[in-house]
Design a protein around this ligand. Structure first.
Ligand code: F6R
Length: 265
């Protein structure tokens, strides 16, 4: 795992935006276009704002880009401000030149959920897989809505949210009683099939989850620890989120050496 410890959440945003832009530029002349995996929640909001700004400055285009979101609540209509469909439209899609027919947020309304999960996996496959998956992380180390105990071999399916997640996400609803109890989420095995993964985390509230995911054993009790199995995972985290890492100095030294190597190449 590459662990990049940065001085501020703004630096995390810039790092993530650079990674996305590198992929978009690399794929610019490829008819397939880039395939991005996207997350919702508070953490990627800065990234989406920065991508919109770079698009407005003419630095990038999303014209051929396909996207797949990690998850969507069950029982929330796409038009609802609490849905992840709405979140993506408001916070990214309506501000850029993306073809909405190439954007995919799991469908959870008026559909058979099992069929919807299977069709979502099928669409990822048809798109040629996800090039870069953006992840946030829950305070309990969930990724997507793969809550504690999620099988490391899991695929897109319905998951019941934990009390902790319900409490954390209550801020997006009028009250905790309105937070849906279940969501359709990419599975851990689905996430591990992405070409590369970029996990973002800010703040001391994520420090324990980061420590357990990076330095603890691989276990279904810490869903993000499964990322240790993937050969191309980068964590871009601010100092408070890195504050419980026993090996923080090592990760900082590794990044200094990487910078030196890239300057001399
Ligand atoms: C959202 C998602 C979740 C969030 C996580 C952290 O699509 O998949 O795993 O990334 O709950 O949320 P924030 O960023 O709000 O702390």
């Amino acid at each position: 795992m590459r662990v990049v410890i940065l001085d501020s959440s703004e630096a995390v945003t810039q790092f993530a935006a650079d990674e996305v832009c590198t992929l978009l530029h690399r794929r610019k002349n490829d008819p397939r276009g880039a395939v991005l995996g996207l997350a919702t929640g508070g953490t990627p909001l800065g990234l989406y704002r920065e991508l919109i700004a770079r698009y407005a400055r003419g630095e990038i285009s999303f014209a051929k880009v396909a996207t797949f979101n990690l998850d969507e609540y069950v029982g929330v209509v796409p038009e609802s401000p609490s849905s992840y469909h709405y979140y993506m439209l408001e916070n990214l899609f309506k501000h850029i030149d993306i073809d909405l027919s190439l954007t995919h947020v799991p469908k959870t309304c008026g559909v058979d959920l099992q069929e919807s999960a299977e069709s979502f996996e099928h669409k990822i496959e048809q798109a040629g897989g996800i090039d870069l998956q953006i992840l946030g992380i829950g305070a309990d180390a969930h990724i997507g809505f793969n809550e504690i105990g999620s099988s490391l071999g899991s695929r897109t399916r319905v998951k019941t949210l934990t009390q902790r997640t319900l409490e954390d996400n209550a801020r997006y609803f009028d009250s905790i009683d309105e937070v849906p109890q279940t969501a359709l989420t990419m599975g851990i095995a689905t996430i591990l099939e992405c070409q590369s993964i970029l996990l973002l985390a800010n703040g001391a509230g994520k420090a324990r989850a980061i420590r357990d995911s990076v330095e603890g054993p691989i276990t279904a009790s810490v869903p993000a620890s499964a990322l240790q199995l993937h050969p191309r995972v980068t964590l871009a985290i601010d100092r408070p989120a890195a504050s419980m890492l026993a090996n923080a100095d090592y990760f900082l030294a590794a990044e200094r050496n990487r910078a030196v190597a890239s300057r001399s190449s």
